[in-house]
Every structure is written in C-alpha cells, then in structure tokens.
Design a protein around this ligand. Structure first.
Ligand code: ATP
Ligand code: MG
Length: 576
C-alpha cells in the first residue's frame, strides 16, 4: 500500500474525550473513528489489525474442532419469548418493529438463534458433540459505552456454542475451549489470567473469564500470591481476618450527625472493623420481588452486590428509598440489624461475633456491644463480603492480591438452560428423546484490539506484535529524488514478492513526520531510503522497539525478512 493513497488520518494531539491509552492511540493513529456513542468505523489500518486478531482466533477454533457459521444480527422476538429472555434482558436489548409491525431485536448474543437452528437440524446423538462458532457484530445498548472499543454498543465478538449428549461430554469440551483460549491469548502475546467467574443468572455448572491484566480494566480480580486460585471479585472467596472485641451488655451511644462508618469509628475511637455496616436493599425479580432486606458487613468491608443478588435469586437490588426506611422504622445513615423489621443477611465470617458497634435505627444514635447471636437471633449468614487485598487464600493460606482486568473472554457450561425451553432435542442411544446439554464461549474480538494496545505501547505510540501489526514494514522515502523514489518502489515490490505486508511512505512530507507516523501506528520495522544511503549502498533498517541493522539495496528485502522472522520467533506460540 502506498501511504499517499491510504486513509490513515493520524492526529498529533490526544483527543480530549479519550480517557484510556488504547482509545487515545487508536484514534490518534487513524485506526478508528467514532460514529456515535459506542459505535465506531474501523478505518483500513484498524480493519487490518482486527483481521489479524480474527485470524488467530479462527485458526485456534478450527484446530479445536469447532466449525464456523454466520448467524443473522436481526433476531425475531418469538425466539426470545420462547427462551424467556424477551422480558428478562432489559434495555441492553435493542428492540424494534419492521414495516409489518413485526417485533425484532439486534443480537447481543446468539443462544436463541443457534438453539432455533439446532432444534430443527439436530436429530441423533450420532451428530454430537458439535461446536459452532461465528465472528460477528453484536449490539448491546450499554448504559455507559466508554473507552472506545473497550465497551462499545456495536462490537465484534467470537461466539461459540457447543451441543452435547451429556454433562461429561460438555465438561470435556469446556476443557478443550479453556485450553484453546489459553492458546489464543498466548498467541496474541497478552499477559492474561483465567479466573473463576460468576455464573450469571442462568446458573450452570462452571464459568471462567479470561482477563488481560491492565490498570485500565473495569473488573477487579482476586488472585492468590502463591497458588493458582484466581476469581472475579464478584465471586472470589477468601478468609477474612479474625477480630475479637469485649462482650458486654448492649448500650445506646449518642452519635449526633455522625452516620458514615469512618466518622462513627473516629468519634467512638474504635477500629473500622468493629463497626457493622448495614445496607437496606429493595429486591427486583425472583421470588422476593419487591421485598426489602438488610445486608451487614464489617465497617472495613464492602458488600459484594453480585454475591447478594445470587443468594437472593434476584435480578437486581437497589438501595432502599427513604420512604422504605421509614416504613421499616429505620433511619438513613443509622440503620442497624437489631430489631429491624425485615430479613437480615450477615456476612458469614461474622457468625458469633460480639462487641460490635451498629446503627440503632434511631437518628443520631448507635448501639455498642452488639452480640449478633444474642441481639439478631434470626439473621441469615451468607458469603457477602468482597474479597480484599491481604485476605487469606482458602486454598493455601497465602495472601490474596488484587489486580485490574479487562475481560476478553468468557466460557460457560450452560447445561440445559436454553436447550430445554428452546426444545433442542435429539434421540439418545436408547432411542429416547433427550434435551441437549450446551456450553457457550465468547471472545471480545474488537475489545481485544484495545486490550492489546493497553499492553503494547510506549511514549511514541503503539508497539504491535509483528503478526498483528497492520503492516510489517514501512518503507520510508527521504526527499523527492527520482533515485530515492525508484529504489523505494523496488524495495516495496521486493517485499511484496516475499509476501511481506509493506506500507510505502511515498508522501511529500518531512522525514520527521513520516517517522512519527510509523511509530504511532506501531509498524514493527522500517527501512529508510534516501540519497545518502543509496550512494554508499547502506540502507538503514530499524525495529519499532530499538533494534537496528544495515543492508545494501540488493540485500535489504532479505534482511527485512530475516529480522521479521526473528521477531515472530519471540512470540509464544502457545503456553500449553
Ligand atoms: P462485560 O461484563 O464486560 O459487560 P459480559 O459478561 O457482558 O462482559 P459476555 O456476554 O460474556 O460479556 O460476552 C463475551 C465477550 O464479549 C466478553 O468477554 C467481552 O470480551 C466482550 N464484550 C462484552 N460486552 C462488550 C462490549 N460492550 N464492548 C466490547 N466487547 C464486549
Ligand atoms: Mg456486559
């Protein structure tokens, strides 16, 4: 490709609305442009990278025995009504009517469509197992699209769905996909971690997320500093530190205008861990829809919402309104579990705790020396607290550390959650009709492009691994002389003959501008072609990460090829 013809509008300045480095650099390097909130154009350079990422994903999925198909983005509401998700999915599902008033939605995921297909095409156990995947645009009307490709509304996903005759066969494929994901993210040159994940509202037996470790990640990952244990904080378990305080009779203490746990702790000169934080929630969905409950953790801990939602079988929970608190005869900022008129859920590590300070449900008053067994006899104890840095690992007793992660993949043993309502049936070995068992496996392909930039950049721009770069070599012509242009063209064509993706910077720009653009775009190798180098027949080759070499005009393409091959060899092919 000749740069003079390329649509790659690079920007010198960082766009003001781009917060994370990947968003800034993908815009600045002219890879993407925003169309509207969470919706992007992939310009030619961006598309080339996206295709390179897809290539790795596709190769590994094919190697794992999955087969590619392509499902529609527009999905009829009937399918979603059949699975029961039409009412459940919420506003992320973009619904619309066509000219015949037929209701449809844009696919945020494809369980319904694939199950519909398989309910018609699957007949016998002999066809199983089967894993079908696609790489396709999804639409989710995210409440807060942000960080460019990281959280879009329209984005590219690889989604795979496997069908099995029984659970043990699903477990085998789950493991196969787990290994495949390890290979994919390793080949993409990423620092990543597989973590245990929340199963979501669907249930299912196993779920793992794959996270790229990066400070800009939206997820919080708890991982053991010694053993393999790692989990999303929504699910992580750990041993809370043990505390003990004196047991004595319950007392009321005056805490005027002091409601935040930190302030109460300092007023009463007590450690935060001695305080009991009580949050009152209203439940949406499930058997307890519309009811209120209280959740208590130590003042030094946080309530982990997802754990509570799962324990309650709810869809969502929201902090109760002031009217609700009045109804429950509690007081904003002074809520506590003692004699509270709603069910009380307490973090399990607090079972048997005493000597605690809690809200009294009266304005400007707290209770001291709360003994949970004595004073809150009907409490329900569940795992409720969010794991924190420094907690103790339940597997090996070492310390838990916390890191930020970008979720780039998610694998899920679904069981029959979709297959049953969608009637994906087959004839089993005994000739009986049986429901298929399913797994599903997603990879955020466009999010990966951002995640890779988060890990591969420096002050000058992006530093793509060689196999993902939009072009492998940039041929930079210095000056306007006919000799330099002719030699550049010769090199450019020589590279193409060697099947090397080359960009020839033939623009009438200053050398500094050309170097800066090549660095910003992250092209791994550049060849500089100017009159001076040609006169001495020594052309300069420079890698994006600082390596350098020289070669004659006759040898330069070969030298470039060798240097690229060395760079490829540095990329791990797999860590399995
Ligand atoms: P998140 O918690 O980040 O919203 P999710 O759990 O909703 O993700 P899945 O439904 O498991 O995601 O989708 C599979 C993969 O698709 C995710 O692992 C992620 O990499 C990617 N993905 C999900 N939502 C988005 C989005 N809004 N923009 C870009 N990629 C996304
Ligand atoms: Mg999501």
């Amino acid at each position: 490709m000749r740069y003079s013809k390329l649509l790659a509008p690079t920007l010198r300045d960082t766009p003001a609305d781009a917060e994370v480095v990947s968003h800034q650099l993908l815009l600045r390097a002219g890879f993407i442009r925003r169309v509207t909130s969470g919706v992007y154009d992939y310009l030619p350079m961006g598309l080339r990278v996206l295709r390179n990422i897809e290539h790795v994903v596709r190769q590994e999925m094919n190697r794992a025995g999955a087969q590619e198909l392509l499902l529609p983005m527009v999905q009829p509401s009937e399918l979603w009504k059949k699975s029961g998700r039409w009412d459940k999915y919420g506003p992320e599902l973009l619904r619309f009517h066509d000219r015949h008033q037929h209701e449809s939605c844009l696919g945020p995921t494809h369980e319904e469509v694939i199950c519909d297909l398989m309910s018609r095409e699957l007949r016998s156990y002999k066809q199983l197992p089967m894993n079908l995947y696609q790489i396709q645009n999804k639409f989710r009307d995210e409440i807060r699209p942000r960080f460019g490709l990281m959280r879009g509304r329209e984005f590219v996903m690889k989604d795979a769905y496997s069908f099995h005759a029984n659970e043990s066969c699903l477990a085998e494929e789950y493991d196969n996909m787990y290994q495949t994901y390890q290979r994919i993210f390793t080949r993409l040159n990423l620092k990543f971690r597989a973590v245990e994940a929340d199963n979501g509202s669907i249930g299912g037996s196993a779920s793992h997320e794959f996270h790229v470790l990066a400070d800009s990640g939206e997820d919080l990952i708890a991982h053991c500093s010694a053993c393999d244990y790692a989990a999303n904080v929504e699910k992580a378990i750990s041993k809370a530190p043990a505390y003990s305080y004196d047991d004595s009779t319950l007392q009321t203490v005056s805490t005027p205008r002091t409601s935040a746990v930190e302030d109460v702790a300092s007023l009463l000169n007590a450690p935060l861990s001695q305080l009991l934080k009580t949050l009152i929630f209203t439940i949406t969905g499930g058997d307890l829809d519309g009811q209120h409950i209280a959740a208590c953790v130590r003042g030094s801990d946080q309530v982990q919402d997802i754990k509570l939602i799962r324990a309650l079988g709810a869809d969502e929970i929201h902090l109760a309104s002031s009217e609700t608190l009045q109804q429950l005869q509690s007081s904003i900022g002074f809520s506590g579990p003692v004699a509270l008129a709603c069910p009380v859920y307490i973090e399990s590590s607090l079972q048997g705790a005493f000597g605690l300070i809690a809200g009294s449900n009266q304005q400007d008053e707290h209770l001291s020396a709360v003994n949970l067994q004595r004073d809150v006899p009907n409490a329900i104890y569940i795992d409720l607290r969010q794991t924190q840095e420094g907690d103790v690992c339940t597997h090996c007793a070492a310390n838990i550390a916390m890191s930020r992660g970008i979720e780039v993949g998610h694998i899920f043993a679904l069981g029959t959650a979709y297959a049953k309502p969608m009637e994906v049936m087959f004839q089993d070995e005994q000739g009986k009709r049986a429901v298929a068992t399913m797994g599903c496996y997603g990879i955020g392909v466009s999010r990966l492009m951002a995640a890779i930039v988060e890990q591969c950049h420096d002050d000058s721009g992006i530093t793509w691994p060689v196999h993902l770069a939009p072009f492998q070599v940039s041929v930079i012509t210095l000056g306007k002389s006919e000799t330099a242009l002719a030699a550049s063209q010769q090199i450019y064509e020589g590279l193409l003959d060697l099947d090397i993706q080359a960009l020839w910077d033939d623009r009438k720009e200053r050398p500094g501008v050309k170097f800066k653009d090549a660095e910003l775009m992250g092209i791994p190798l550049r060849i500089v072609v100017g009159d001076r180098g040609l006169e001495s027949d020594t052309l300069e080759l420079k890698t994006r990460l600082g390596g350098a070499a020289e070669a004659s005009l006759a040898a330069v393409c070969q030298t470039a090829q060798t240097m690229l091959q060395e760079m490829v060899q540095e990329i791990p092919s797999s860590n399995t």
